[in-house]
Design a protein around this ligand. Sequence first.
Ligand code: FMN
Length: 222
Amino acid sequence: MTLSDLDRLLAERHSCRAFRPEPVPKDQIKQILTSASRAPSWCNAQPWNIVITSGAETDAFRRALQNEVTTGAPEPDLPFPTAYTGIYQERRRKCGWALYEAVGVQRGDRAGSAKQMMENFALFGAPHCAIISSPADLGPYGAMDCGGFVMAFTLAAQALGVATIPQAAVASYGKFLHRYFDIPDDRLILCAISFGYSDADHPANGFRTDRADLDEIARWVG
Ligand SMILES: Cc1cc2nc3c(=O)[nH]c(=O)nc-3n(C[C@H](O)[C@H](O)[C@H](O)COP(=O)(O)O)c2cc1C
């Protein structure tokens, strides 16, 4: 394996926002989890725990989540960002606009953007959803370790032709997720990953995000 193989995988991976309904074979899901488990973690604690839905259970969860979103209020385990300002606000807007443009939502169309946002809670039609949690005692470093796991999960999936999207939106209903999946309160629910096969021709999958130049993200000392 060369860096160019890895770069190709990194470049091919993108967040998928429309899935086909066909399930991913269970042995492939196990392969993805096994590969993702190679992620590093402080003290090799491997704090990640993953609840994975398939088949009718994904559909039942999707319906229950959509119902929760329309009747309840967000109660995330992790505090959500308090503000995106400056360059972070610019980047956030840019990727939001790229999505809305791809799906034909005009700027200022609040109903249209809200409808697209609600697709999060339909899991973008994915046949599987993974809920990632970390022990509360491990705090932000546990969450950081799990971030590495999420990255490795998305790349391992990509290598098998399986599309993914990490979703904080799902984790914003953390209290509901604890109840629904019987996840103990001593764990923090960090995010979900919806996954399956991409509906590649869907407009929501018709754009790609860019990345900042190195001189924007790195400062050389010496
Ligand atoms: C922790 C995390 C949470 C995310 N939550 C959401 C989400 O709730 N909804 C969504 O549409 N995209 C979500 N994304 C996807 C990001 O918008 C996406 O990774 C970013 O715009 C870069 O695009 P790319 O993944 O296609 O390269 C999330 C990504 C990460 C890493």
